[in-house]
Design a protein around this ligand. Structure first.
Ligand code: G1P
Length: 284
């Protein structure tokens, strides 16, 4: 299964730190945030990881490229652990797709449409003959234990390849930062809801629940066709959630409710700071 990681945003919340360094390259302990997300996709068995970025962010590509000189230098200095870490990240099977203009998250995902639908214009050159479901992982959310995607896949397979998203309960005053679902919990499977409604960044009064989309999606390829038809929405951007609303009218969607402790939000300065503090003891 392919995994798409949108990483083309401007990182406005972290300016001026993100003036010269992409937000995805800000470190969480000793690794850039995006490396955790790539590792999560690989551990979950993704056969192709595609980072969707723009030409103004060469640092991300450089990070995932081999650097034999640096490895040799570290080995010569007896720094074997560092050499191994540099070598490992340079070998990760990561491809890149470019978003032509900053037109929103939905547009970023659509930029990888060729890779998912297998069109002749496939920028990765490896579109599958039969379009398959695929993952989308947003870089603002870290799930270091990497169990989430396999759990989402199992739910999809148990429901005729349905779409599955991860959600987390947030306080009422925070619903306006997220896509919020409405629906009902399944009787047979604890912690899984059937999604009936999706509202992007609602007011607390308009929110159908307090379950917020937490940056992990398993989509049927149909979302790409719907994204291609999606008009600019909130903020003049092509919103992923708008295409998901259209998808919901045609296909089933389930939400896996995760514990707040399972996820780490690095999308704000406060969340990034807290993530570093929570992960530091796990590093040993
Ligand atoms: C995006 C999605 C939103 C989701 C959030 C998770 O919003 O549009 O539905 O809840 O990511 O982090 P953004 O953070 O890009 O504004």
């Amino acid at each position: 299964m392919k995994a798409l990681i949108p990483a083309a945003g401007l990182g406005t919340r972290f300016l001026p730190a993100t003036k010269a360094v992409p937000k995805e390259m800000l470190p969480v302990l000793d690794k850039p945030a995006i490396q955790y997300v790539v590792e999560e996709a690989l551990v979950a068995g993704s056969d192709e990881v595609l980072v969707i970025t723009n030409r103004a962010k060469p640092a991300i590509e450089r990070h995932f490229s081999p650097d034999p000189e640096l490895v040799a230098q570290l080995l010569a200095a007896g720094k074997h652990d560092y050499a191994q870490a540099v070598e490992a990240v340079g070998k990760m099977p990561v491809g890149f797709v470019y978003q032509s203009a900053p037109l929103g998250l939905g547009h970023a995902v659509l930029s990888a449409s060729g890779a998912v639908l297998g069109s002749p214009s496939d920028p990765s050159g490896s579109g599958s003959p039969t379009p398959e479901p695929f993952y989308v992982l947003l870089g603002d959310a870290l799930i270091p234990d990497a169990q989430l995607l396999p759990r989402m896949k199992a739910i999809s397979e148990a429901h005729r390849q349905a779409n599955v998203i991860a959600v987390v309960e947030v306080p009422a005053e925070e619903v306006g930062r997220y896509g919020i679902i409405g629906g009902c919990p399944l009787q047979a499977t604890e912690g899984v809801w059937q999604v009936e409604q999706l509202v992007e960044k609602p007011s607390p009064e308009a929110a159908p629940s307090r379950l917020a989309i937490f940056g992990r999606y398993l989509f049927s390829p149909r979302i790409m066709e719907l994204l291609a038809e999606t008009k600019p929405g909130a903020g003049g951007e092509i919103q992923l959630t708008d295409a998901m609303v259209a998808l919901l009218a045609e296909e089933e969607m389930y939400a896996l409710v995760i514990d707040a402790e399972e996820g780490y939000d690095v999308g704000t300065v406060e969340g990034w700071l807290e993530t570093n503090a929570r992960l530091a003891p796990r590093r040993g």
